[in-house]
Write a protein that binds this ligand. Structure first.
Ligand code: F0G
Length: 454
């Protein structure tokens, strides 16, 4: 059949609150045009993030009832650990309350002044956690990965030549190489197994550990299965285990593909490094068998890991993201193509060509989508990445607005509405104002900065 249906039906519903355009304009002004500052019930369709915002399944809610809240050695930990190791067979699995806690712990051990950590593209929290230790974070994605319209099946791939050059030039300063799978900041773009093999070979030759930032591993595996020659007969779990086996460890936000509302983990093979990480874990996250989570959270994640590798789910997931991208492109709205796994990224620099990068075209578009239709999206451009560690400001590589799709949450008619709103915003595009920042914090400014229209 042509129609790829949601492979589930709805079991429990959450009402949406309708608002008028006049109300939304007032709410946007009250939030200083920072959509992170809105009250979520003033949002109609919330595409801010796919992180922790998905719907859990009946079986996950049932698993929550099995949660064992023992402080140490909870059986729920072992259920969780086994579910992680089934896909990522690393010796040590260390739960954390979310992905950035795993990053903070790993880079507190491996980072520090004078160090440099390459990745295809670091996510913003990863970059911030690296820079907070005084180390430098470097992005080495292939050139196609920086061109919104370039046609390439794996735009998340690492530029092997640049990685080799960096290792040759500054090898002594590199404690670890990261690969973000899929490459969120680069458009949710996948990494091929061939590229991951090549990165692993380069790391092994240089004696450097390779870590995956594997938040969207199942979506990446689906792209491998459907786009990489010779992989169409591999099972999703086999592809995931092959990715895992090429690396020495991983940081993970369980709020993405593991279908959790909260959670994360750090997993790795090296016994010494694991010991140092567990010691830091105990300082701020908790005992190593719960790491900042409740036993019930660990149970929900274990069940989520079983569900996310379903081919029916992944076919629907990736198709529904592409459905939105195809419709926007059909309306002449420039998008990052091919569509990524978890989100559609509108190219705000192209749509709002009259707004210079440092007047934040992405912010302008995100505000317009909210004011026009109550859609909350997220700027991924110069607001997020423009401020440099030395205090200067420079334009980001791309000015994107991300429409992230929460897992199993919105239906096709919700998405049809999003398409209609985007069409109306496109008609107003030449009249939309740029923004200036009137107040910002020292790091991760996109969460709390205050804006004013120019
Ligand atoms: N790495 C990647 C690739 C991510 O996308 C995220 C979170 C993290 C690490 C951090 O995980 O939020 O659990 O601490 N991304 C969310 C997003 C916030 O909206 O893309 P966390």
């Amino acid at each position: 059949f042509r129609t790829v249906i949601e492979p589930f039906r709805i079991h429990s519903v959450e009402p949406l609150r309708m608002t008028t355009a006049a109300e939304r304009r007032a709410k946007a002004a009250d939030a200083a045009y920072n959509l992170f500052q809105l009250h979520a019930d003033d949002v109609l369709i919330d595409l801010l993030t796919d992180s922790g915002t998905g719907a859990m399944s009946r079986d996950q809610w049932a698993a929550i009832q099995r949660g064992d809240e023992s402080y140490a050695g909870s059986p729920s930990f072992f259920v969780f650990r086994d579910a992680v190791q089934e896909l990522f067979p690393y010796a040590h699995v260390i739960p954390t309350h979310q992905g950035r806690a795993a990053e903070r712990i790993l880079f507190q051990v491996l980072g520090g002044p004078g160090k440099v950590v390459p990745s295809n593209t670091h996510f913003d929290t990863t970059r911030a956690n690296i820079e907070f230790t005084g180390a430098e974070a470097v992005d080495l994605v292939i050139a196609e990965g920086r061109d919104p319209q370039a046609d390439h099946p794996f735009k998340g791939n690492m530029d092997i030549g640049r990685l080799e050059a960096l290792l040759a030039e500054r090898g002594a300063e590199i404690p670890v190489v990261m690969m973000t799978i899929t490459n969120n900041s680069g458009g949710g773009q996948p990494v091929s197994l061939a590229n991951l093999h090549a990165v692993a070979d380069v790391c092994r030759a240089a004696g450097k550990p390779l870590f995956l930032d594997a938040c969207r591993f199942a979506e990446n595996a689906w792209f491998v299965k459907t786009r990489e020659p010779g992989r169409e007969h591999d099972t999703i779990p086999d592809i995931i285990r092959e990715m895992a086996g090429l690396a020495d460890g991983m940081t993970m936000s369980a709020k993405k593909d593991p279908m959790g509302n909260i959670g994360g983990w750090l997993a790795l093979n090296d016994d010494d490094l694991a010991l140092q990480c567990r010691n830091l874990l105990i300082l701020t996250e908790g005992f190593p068998t719960y790491g900042g989570l409740a036993g019930r959270d660990l149970e929900a994640l274990a069940q989520g890991l079983k569900e996310v590798v379903s081919e029916d789910y992944l076919r629907y997931r990736i198709r529904s993201t592409a459905y939105l991208a195809d419709a926007l492109v059909g309306l002449g709205i420039p998008c990052l193509t091919p569509a990524g796994g978890h989100a559609v990224y509108i190219d705000a620099a192209a749509l709002l060509a009259h707004i210079p990068a440092l007047e934040y075209p992405g912010q302008a578009l995100a505000v317009a989508l909210y004011e026009t239709g109550g859609i909350r999206s997220c700027e991924i451009g110069s607001v997020m990445f423009g401020r440099q560690p030395d205090g200067s400001e420079r334009p980001a590589a791309m000015e994107l607005v991300r429409l992230a799709i929460p897992r199993r949450t919105y239906t096709q008619s919700h998405i049809d509405y999003v398409i209609e709103v985007a069409e109306r915003v496109k008609a107003q595009a030449p009249d939309l104002p740029g923004y200036r920042i009137v107040d910002e914090p020292p790091a991760l400014r996109h969460f709390t900065a205050a804006f004013a229209p120019i």
